[in-house]
Each structure stands twice: as structure tokens, then as C-alpha cells.
Design a protein around this ligand. Sequence first.
Ligand code: 6PG
Length: 244
Amino acid sequence: MSAPGSAPMETLVAASAEEQAALGAELIARAIHEAILERGVARIALSGGSTPRLAYEHLGRQRLDWPRTEWFWVDERAGAKDSDRSNYAHAYAELGLADKPGARVHRMEADLPDLGDAAARYEATLRRSFGVAAAVAFDVLTLGIGDDGHTASLFPGLPTVAVEDRLVASVPAQPHKGLEARLTLTAPVIREARLAVVLCRGAAKRPVIELARSPGPLAEVPSRLISAVRGRVVWLLDEAAAGG
Ligand code: 6PG
């Protein structure tokens, strides 16, 4: 079980995928501006999946102080960095990071043969960026929810959701679900986020959103972790996912 986060949960319901993307980009852009004003830098960690892609395209068109932004990933699928399964490859293209000189991009190296090593390397990257003594508190995290209740790459039935002593963990392949091995940020990092934007679309997500928002064991529904985020949590849904 997870302790509830300190901030109230907010839900925004968009009339279309386009509106969801525009709202998501606006929310994220505002958080980036505020972080830069307050701390001189904005650190953002991006989830993969299909839902946030349009929002990343909108965000890429926002006027941001790009050289003061640092881009990280919430999770990554094992494989080549230019593969169609790569969360990095998708977000990099959708945000247009190749045309944003000065933006610092920290991909998870899920193309390394040893994912344990890759996780340790990413943890060191996080510590370098945030400072060894500081909390790894992302200014923005984007999250999605899988039909099985996962968020990030914290899956039901795997022990990764209970990892508390590392910032990044490797996740074994799940052939029965057709999933490759992965790297993921762990629960302590997700809980520290200053803003989590949860993007879900479609009626099929409705039951799992309800489960994610109800109390119960994290091991069964790891997306329950979202309720334990210390910062602001915005559920950005379309009408079908919201059940409206
Ligand atoms: C990934 C993710 C994952 C995703 C959910 C929702 O790499 O698969 O980061 O946690 O957010 O599976 O994915 P959809 O947006 O495709 O529903």
C-alpha cells in the first residue's frame, strides 16, 4: 500500500486527442517555465507508449528556453536506440530535439547488453544532474497506464515496484505479454515528482484508471503509485477514458 500524496488529484477531460495533446503541452510548458524561473533549469522525464506522442509534438512547438531544459526518460525498452520500439527515438523525433540546440538529452542506454549496468549508469547520470545530495525531484514526469495496471515499467507480478534502494532498475522480459526487457525509474523517483501528468485515452482504460485511483496493493496495480506522488498530479483524459 502506498501513502496518499500531499496534493489533491486533478482531472482534466479533453474533447479530443488533439485537445488532450494541446492541454498536456501547455501544462508541461508552464511547469518548465516555472522551474527555470525558480531553479534555473527544468528537468523532464518522459514515458513512452502511444498516448503522449501528440502531446510531445505540441510541446516541441512551444517557445521554451530549450538550453535550460534537461530531458530524461521514465522507462525504455531493450533494443537499438533507433528502433521503432525505442521510447527515446519516438520522443526525440516528436519533440524535434535535433533542432533544439543546447537542450540536454539523457537517454536510457537500453541498447547495452547488461541492463543492470545500464540502470546503474542512468542512476549516476541522475545523481550528476540533480546533485549527489539532492532529491531526484523531476519538474515534470509524464506517465501512462497499461491495461494490466502498470505505469512506467513497473508491472504487476514483478518485484520492481517494491524497489526502494535504487533510482533506476532493470525489468526482465515478459514473453507471455510479448514484452522485451526494460529499464525504469523506480517508485522513490516517481513519488518525488513536482508535477506528474498522466495521459490516458480510450474507453478501454476506464477500468484500470478506476483501479489505479482506488486503494489497494501496489504489487497488483503498480499505477496506484501515482496517488503517492508528492507534487501536483493531473490526470489528463479524453472523454472515453473519463467515462463522460
Ligand atoms: C512504455 C511506457 C508505459 C506506457 C503505458 C501506456 O514504454 O510502454 O512508458 O508505461 O506509458 O503502457 O501506454 P499507451 O499510451 O500506449 O496506452
